[in-house]
Design a protein around this ligand. Sequence first.
Ligand code: 2M8
Length: 372
Amino acid sequence: MAEPARAVLEANWRAPYTVPNASVYPFQWLWDSCFHALVWARLGQPDRAVSELAHCFRTQSPLGFVPHIDYEHEPGHHARFWGREGSSSITQPPMFGHAVAELARAGIAVDRLVGPARRGLRFLLDHRSRIDGLVSLCHPWESGGDDCPRWDHWCPGGWTAAGWYDVKGRLVESIEVAPDSSPLANPAFRVASVSFNALVAFNAFELAEVIGDEDLRRQADDLVDALDERWDDGLGTWVDAGDNERSSGRIRTLDGLLPALVSRRSDAVETAYVQMLDDTAFGGRYGPTQVHRAEPTFAPRTYWRGPAWPQLTYLCWVAARRSGASLVADGLAQKLVSGASESGWAEYWDADDGTGLGAVPQSWATLAVLVR
Ligand code: 2M8
């Protein structure tokens, strides 16, 4: 896998970072870059790993907010839409905590990354609005899961791609910001996603471990307490807090199981792992589906509404490996590798036959080299 993966990343390399896909995603995306950095490190190119991560913080605000897209070479791109030049006005899952920790564990010098990464996490933990103790999202895109059915609460009359596109656009306008323009809350999109919070807590634990930051660890612990109150045994998922908590926030999605990364509820974690491989739940030959197969919204080839996503399979693998669920981890690893290969390193793919979907090749499919 290593050499074809290197070729994918090399073709998308725009020093000092990697674009997700040269034509569909020709800028820098935050969580994609964190994943790319892990792969560059594994491929023996630590300089690229560090420069890509460092560049994520190029547009970090004084308060610590890290924009999710950097338009460095085309600063006017979508400037009217975001209300600013050079970057977007929202963030994405702060995967830089895990990336910095993994690099440090591999013996790579991360000194220049630690300060910005810590500020990025502290921004979310200290300044972002909260709902029931959990960090809120300011926009559905912040979750990374753009068209996930968990946001269908904001699609009265039913989800359609075109209708949702308009709603997503309007939701950018109601974001409330700090004096330095960092996004703090969105009264029109009140949601604390369990998936986003699991990733905030996980990344905070990761960074806290390598820099020995007790405050950060304590804050992550508090998030885990709040997350674990949101496990629904009947549904077998963690449920979002906020306006969607009695509606679409209960839809069973794979990202809704990401609290398995940090949860202290072994019963919940066990149930989550069983579902990831169960063919009547999320299980698929080429990786878990993004939506539970029994959900009416499950659409096996629709963007964020059914197919397998390499970065989510990777995160499920990390969770399983850390909890010592080695059979689950091995199963997920094998599916990620075969899915990446069968799909031609696609952005996402059909979980049953591996057909590549979205942008092909997409840089984050190379995460498959990490699980071998
Ligand atoms: C997708 O999202 C972006 C918006 O941020 C887009 O459609 O332009 C998502 O899958 C997101 O998670 C991902 O980071 C991005 C680039 O791969 O594409």
